[in-house]
Design a protein around this ligand. Structure first.
Ligand code: HEM
Ligand code: HEM
Length: 177
């Protein structure tokens, strides 16, 4: 059944599908790599800006660009899957403001995971400094959102006892696709 990305959720399955779970953890690993290991792309960009040395792509800089493009492609596929198959409902015993916050944080993560590669790629390729500044700023917002996301998952699991992690760990039998 097709579902609108923004529509209220009445998805009947209890867990994400195998594809959604695989994409979630694979993309999470790539994003953490990008956020932690980026000194070479920064150095390359600085060299390029100052023009003191002939800019030399290092492996690390190439990897940053390549992984950024991979994240963009996988996010597009993930968005397509989400629109087609939806997501499991949020736990019923969660207060409305918390549900809204959860939805809002998920949409913001989607938005940022598209804006990061777009701002990086266009800023780099078209040499628009403002976009690279934006890339820098967005990366800090993304870190804050991810930390919030992890704390929220731990809070749901540990304090509210919602058993939320299993939705993103093991697909139900009917969700093995
Ligand atoms: C870079 C790191 C991460 C990113 C970018 C990320 C991103 C996302 C996004 C966008 C969703 C919404 C999925 C959807 O509705 O289509 C989600 C769901 C979820 N994530 Fe993460 N995630 C990350 C790390 C983690 C970690 C470390 C945990 C475990 C502590 C986690 C646990 C979950 C759970 C349980 C859900 C399902 C929440 C629900 O449906 O109520 N995530 N994640
Ligand atoms: C989801 C994908 C991406 C993430 C999470 C990401 C993350 C980051 C981070 C954390 C930094 C360091 C920011 C700072 O502290 O100044 C950075 C720098 C940079 N990124 Fe990305 N990036 C992504 C994709 C891309 C892509 C696709 C490109 C280009 C094709 C790119 C080009 C750059 C450049 C040129 C810099 C250096 C900016 C500076 O030194 O101010 N990024 N990126």
């Amino acid at each position: 059944m097709k579902k609108n990305f923004f529509a209220a959720n009445n998805y009947s399955k209890e867990t994400y599908s195998l594809t959604q779970i695989t994409l979630h953890w694979f993309i999470a690993a790539l994003v953490i790599y990008q956020l932690v290991i980026n000194s070479e792309i920064k150095l390359w960009y600085k060299q390029n800006q100052t023009g003191f040395e002939i800019p030399n792509y290092s492996l690390g800089a190439w990897l940053h660009i390549f992984i950024g493009i991979v994240i963009f492609s996988l996010m597009s596929y993930r968005l397509y899957k989400r629109v087609c198959t939806g997501t499991p409902p949020l736990p019923k015993n969660t207060y409305l403001p918390l549900r809204l916050l959860a939805r809002l944080s998920h949409y913001s993560l989607y938005l940022l995971l598209f804006m990061m590669p777009i701002s990086g790629f266009l800023g780099w390729y078209l040499e628009i400094e403002m976009l690279i500044d934006m890339h820098h700023l967005l990366s800090k917002i993304l870190i804050a959102l991810i930390l919030f996301h992890i704390c929220a998952a731990i809070f749901q699991e540990g304090v509210l006892g919602n058993n939320i992690l299993y939705k993103m760990m093991r697909p139900q039998k009917q969700n093995l696709k």
